[in-house]
Design a protein around this ligand. Sequence first.
Ligand code: ADP
Ligand code: 5GP
Length: 225
Amino acid sequence: MVAKEPTAARDLGSRIRRRGLMLVLSSPSGAGKSTIARNLLESDSSGLELSVSVTTRPRRGSEIEGVHYHFRTMREFERLRDSDALLEWAEVHGNFYATPREPAELALAEGRDMLFDIDWQGAQQLKEKMRADIVSIFILPPSMKELKARLKRRAEDQESVIETRLKNARLEIEHWKEYDFVIVNDDLDRAFAEVRAIVAAERLRRDRRPGLFDFISGLLDEKTE
Ligand code: ADP
Ligand code: 5GP
């Protein structure tokens, strides 16, 4: 169970109109990004939504169509890509993954926050298109040994798939410098608290809060006698 945000966090300050933010989480496979993302989605009472990606990868036993991914054939994926329905796409570990364009653009236009669990290639593409709206976090494992142990413990992929993911981990980690924040996921509670702190601070950024103009002009007009 994850604690909900305190009610105070939703008081006056958070009612001031602001732009939505696009929270990008990336990590080598197995570092714990999906676990942190899930905790965040469950605990965030301010309505952070998950961008549900399209993928050609086979569905894992625990995954639900439309919740974790939109599972599609390669032919369907190509059709989406060719009709410009994808905001970004990439090949990762031999499968294709993409962010559907419409939900993300709508969320941004309506001032809702969205979470993107995507790799460094996707993060680069989103940054090129929407730099001002992106907050990116790279999650590292405490060690490569622990990364391997987590991939095995997750027990949702075949041995050969785990080997590919481990091999790719080093290449992915090389992209750490492209992110705004870097978190080492040693202790899950602490890593999660760090992600929440980043989200809370980013929501308060002045340039994300056009509503401050009205609020402050109201403050200055207010009579105290
Ligand atoms: P990713 O989405 O980065 O591929 P997951 O979130 O699926 O990784 O995590 C991989 C495995 O590691 C899961 O079994 C998860 O429960 C476990 N895990 C995540 N964070 C930690 C942590 N801080 N300590 C120990 N195990 C963890
Ligand atoms: P998994 O197969 O473990 O769910 O995901 C493998 C990798 O693909 C992870 O690094 C994940 O972040 C990335 N990924 C998932 N969805 C997308 C997406 O829509 N776009 C991109 N570029 N990467 C994605």
